[in-house]
Structures are given as structure tokens and as C-alpha cells.
Design a binder for this molecule. Structure first.
Ligand code: NAD
Length: 278
């Protein structure tokens, strides 16, 4: 069997069209959605910030990077941004300079502007099923499956990785969609015995080649969230050669979850602006 491709690029383009229309409607009411990204000193040159700028430029959302150098300055900046009605969304892009914990900064974001959903209040709301912005990467995995008509209801899902930004929120999103979820991590004793039982396997571990073809059942859906830079380019957490022989569906890296993540983040910015604009 050769797995079919879960292509996130085409889906992202489609969503960008709808998003640009929403932004135009906001602008006709005098509202310009604006995302502020708090990041390390040189990160504005990095691929992740650049990707946000590019998508923002295409759909009409202003994207601004603010370099963070010291904790005290950051606190002042955060207070200003939180109360500024011209700022629709705020997010933190790790890594920050040594001594500033990105998770602690996320926890200070007001949930209505926490567009990447990583703060403790946003995550708590996600657990409770209250309105919140789910972390964009986790939401992108669900959007990718939805885009190909793969319904998680009643499915056995295994997630490898339990981070606050991907694995855990993804488990909650799958639970909300009535899947049965198992979360594996670096201390799980026998990952293969879990993945072999799964209808859907999502890997978000940051470990190239972690999931191999002999770890999945024939026809399984495999979503590769990993993005690992190597001298030969970006690779995921899936050994795509062997997994593609067995899986029914496989998301590529690059071109799977990544492009959708950026668009979904921007959708959250538009939603935040819509809510603030009444
Ligand atoms: P993290 O380091 O915070 O967490 C990794 C998790 O994987 C941990 O829970 C750890 O226990 C588990 N893990 C690591 N190695 C493992 C192994 N060998 N076996 C089992 N479990 C293992 O990482 P993160 O921030 O959650 O990111 C995970 C991956 O997803 C990275 O490659 C990251 O670059 C990528 N990522 C992609 C996007 C995107 O938009 N596509 C966004 C965020 C993160």
C-alpha cells in the first residue's frame, strides 16, 4: 500500500481565501486585526516569524514582532499590549532569552488575546470545554483530518508527545471529537504496542524517524507534527519511507500540519478582532 497524502498546503490556501474575506469585512468597519509576537532577539529573521508575516500580508493582518531582552521590560510591554484595543492577538514564540520562561509569559496573556492558546487560563478553558483559542498546531491537526473527511469519532487515537503546546491540547481536541485517546511520551514503556492498535497516530516528539512502518497497522492515518531542521532540510518525526508503505494516509513534512498552523493562528487573530469589535 502507498499512503495518500494529507496535504496541508492546499487546505491552507482555501482557508486563506475565507480569512481574507473576513479581514476585509473587519476593515470596512475600521478594524485592522493585529498580531504581536513576543520573541527572542534575532528571531524576526527566523522561518516561523517570517511565515506569519507572509500569511499576514496575504490576508491583510498586521504582524509585528517585539524582541524581548529582559523580564522587567517584558512585563511592562505585556501590560500595555493587553490593554491596547489596537492589538487583537498576542503570542510568545520560543525560545526567549535565558532566564525568561516562555510558558510563564504565556500564562500572563489575557485569554481573549491568547490566540495561540498556550496560557494556563486558555488551557483550563479547553479542559472545561469553555470558549478559548486552542493552540494553533493542535487545531491544525484536527483541521487537516477534517479537510480530508477523516472523522475522529469513535476512533482509537495515539498521540506521541505530551507538551503543553501540542500533545496535551491535541488529546483534548480529540476527546471533544469523541475519539478514544492514548498519550505516549518519553517514559512510555512500549510505544509500538499502543501505536499498532491505533486508527490515527499523531507524532509530536521532535525526534526524527521515531515512528516506523512496523509500528502501525495497515491503513492507519498518520499525522506528522514534527519539524526538525537537518542539514538536508526539514524532516518530521515519521520515517516516511517505511510508514508510507503501510499507512492509509500520511501528512508530509514540510507541507502538512505546518502551513495550516499559521493560517489557523491568523484565523484566531481575526476572531479576536471580531469579538473586540463587538
Ligand atoms: P517538546 O520537546 O516540548 O515535547 C516533546 C514531547 O515528546 C515530550 O512530551 C516528550 O516526552 C515526547 N518525546 C520526545 N522524544 C520521545 C521519544 N523518543 N519517544 C516518545 N516520546 C518522546 O516538543 P513540542 O514543542 O511539543 O514539539 C514537538 C515537535 O513538534 C517538534 O519537532 C516541533 O518542532 C514540532 N512542532 C511543530 C509545529 C507545527 O506547526 N508543525 C508546531 C509546534 C511544534
Amino acid at each position: 500500500m502507498s499512503a495518500r497524502l494529507l496535504d496541508g498546503r492546499d487546505l491552507a490556501k482555501e482557508r486563506e481565501g475565507g480569512l481574507a474575506e473576513r479581514v476585509n469585512r473587519l476593515k470596512s468597519r475600521g478594524i485592522v486585526p493585529r498580531l504581536v509576537v513576543l520573541l527572542g532577539e534575532r528571531a524576526k529573521e527566523g522561518v516561523y516569524f517570517r511565515a506569519k508575516e507572509r500569511v499576514g500580508a496575504r490576508v491583510g493582518i498586521a504582524v509585528e514582532g517585539i524582541s524581548v531582552s529582559d523580564g522587567e521590560g517584558l512585563l511592562k510591554e505585556l501590560n500595555l499590549l493587553a490593554s491596547d484595543p489596537a492589538v487583537s492577538g498576542i503570542m510568545v514564540e520560543a525560545p526567549l532569552p535565558p532566564g525568561i520562561d516562555p510558558a510563564a509569559v504565556r500564562d500572563l496573556l489575557p485569554p481573549e488575546k491568547d490566540v495561540d492558546g498556550g496560557g494556563i487560563r486558555s488551557l483550563g478553558r479547553l479542559v472545561a470545554g469553555a470558549p478559548s483559542f486552542p493552540p494553533a498546531t493542535a487545531a491544525a491537526v484536527i483541521a487537516l483530518l477534517d479537510g480530508y473527511g477523516i472523522d475522529p469519532v469513535g476512533k482509537d487515537v495515539v498521540i506521541i508527545g505530551r507538551s503543553l503546546v501540542v500533545g496535551r491540547p491535541l488529546a483534548l481536541l480529540f476527546l471533544n471529537r469523541d475519539a478514544t485517546v492514548t498519550v505516549c511520551h518519553s517514559r512510555t514503556r512500549d510505544i509500538r504496542s499502543k501505536t499498532l492498535e491505533a486508527d490515527i497516530v499523531c507524532v509530536a516528539a521532535g525526534s526524527p524517524g521515531l515512528l516506523k512502518g512496523d509500528m502501525i497497522r495497515p491503513g492507519a492515518v498518520v499525522v506528522d507534527v514534527g519539524t526538525n531542521p537537518t542539514p538536508s532540510g526539514l524532516v518530521g518525526d515519521v520515517d516516511s519511507g517505511s510508514v508510507a508503505e503501510v499507512a492509509g494516509w500520511l501528512s508530509p513534512v514540510p507541507g502538512g500540519v505546518g502551513p495550516l498552523t499559521t493560517v489557523i493562528l491568523m484565523e484566531h487573530v481575526a476572531t479576536a478582532a471580531e469579538r473586540m469589535g463587538g
